[in-house]
Design a protein around this ligand. Structure first.
Ligand SMILES: Nc1ncnc2c1ncn2[C@@H]1O[C@H](COP(=O)(O)OP(=O)(O)OP(=O)(O)O)[C@@H](O)[C@H]1O
Ligand SMILES: [Mg+2]
Length: 308
């Protein structure tokens, strides 16, 4: 769906995006994550045709149209990181304004406005002035506006920034909903855990470069492979330790009374098979768990721990 090939953007002698290549397949909910100044907004603005690249190319949905062309813009719905000021525009007039910019018929705009406002839960705000909406509502209105011309690809730049926890959850639900309706979505954020809960794939960007990209399960797997697992046994600890030491890829780190700590590089399925084997050998398990929180620490490690 979206192909970014060897994209580079220089501001004077400063390289903001450095030979970035990325493919986002149709139907993906892709999270673009990186610390402040990583180059996310720059990349997004180039893809949306709002800025020229210094090198490389962007292709969307099989069209050979150039970035910034009308044809390409029709394929994209863009929700920017900052919402402009719209004095004296009511919610439905705002939708009208954007619909007519896309050359849509008034009747179609009116019908779609009703449907989309319902989708983003703003039906009761139709007659309100845009400036009187809360930030979370404005963000949702922006999503509705970006969907008016039925784009194939929806791109949102930090849609959750400045939102309270409840509004964040609402935004997340809205995006998941759109994803299940078949939209291809790209969302940027500097919070990895927020993206990992809703995206099916992510790319981690730092200092203009893509340092890791893939399906969320694969990335989680790489992280969880390094995680420690605590196994608590009511009895049969010695048998358990012996069996665990015999397993390839498992290292027993410590044994304290009834708790054994191991590291393994297997999948969740392999881990539960291993626990099954312990039970079959008369080990009475009280519980087992993987240590949490490594995803965020991986991100800090990969991005050098902070903003540029
Ligand atoms: N118009 C500009 N002129 C010069 N440098 C710029 C310009 N726009 C961005 N930059 C620089 O390019 C780098 C990438 O900026 P960009 O806004 O793309 O980052 P970002 O990943 O979106 O960060 P944030 O999380 O803060 O939104 C930064 O170092 C920034 O200072
Ligand atoms: Mg940005």
């Amino acid at each position: 769906m979206l192909y970014i090939n060897d994209l580079t953007k220089k501001y004077g002698s400063f390289t903001a995006v450095n030979h970035l290549s990325l493919h986002i397949p149709e139907g993906d909910l892709f999270g673009f994550v990186g610390p402040n100044g990583a180059g996310k907004t720059t990349t997004i603005r180039i893809v949306c045709g709002l800025m020229k690249a210094s090198g490389g190319s962007v292709q969307i949905g099989g069209t050979s149209a150039g970035v910034g062309s009308k044809e390409m813009k029709r394929l994209i719905g863009y929700v920017p990181d900052f919402f402009g000021v719209y004095d004296n525009l009511k919610v439905h007039e705002y939708m009208d304004f954007y619909g007519s910019m896309y050359g849509m018929a008034s009747r179609d705009i009116a019908r779609l406005t009703n449907d989309l406002l319902e989708l983003v839960n703003l039906s009761d705000k139709k007659e309100f002035y845009v400036d009187t909406l809360s930030r979370g509502m404005k963000q949702r209105l922006c999503v509705a506006r970006a969907l008016l011309h039925n784009p194939k690809l929806l791109i949102l730049d930090e849609p959750s920034s400045g939102l309270d926890p409840r509004a964040r959850v609402e935004m997340k639900e809205l995006l998941k909903n759109l994803h299940s309706m078949g939209k291809t979505i790209v969302i940027s954020s500097h919070i990895l855990s927020e993206l990992s809960e809703m995206c099916n794939s992510i790319g981690i960007m730092n200092r203009g470069q893509l340092i890791m990209a893939g399906r969320i399960e694969d990335i989680m797997q790489q992280v969880s492979g390094k995680r420690r697992i605590h196994i608590q046994a009511a009895s049969g600890v010695e048998t358990a330790v012996r069996l665990l030491m015999e397993q390839a890829g498992v290292a027993v780190e410590s044994v304290m009374e009834n708790e054994i700590i191991i590291t393994d590089n297997g999948s969740d399925a392999q881990l539960s098979a291993l626990m099954g084997q312990l039970i079959q050998n008369q080990v009475v398990l009280r519980g087992f768990y993987r240590e949490e929180g490594s995803l965020e620490s991986l991100f800090m490690q990969l991005t050098g721990g902070g903003a540029q």
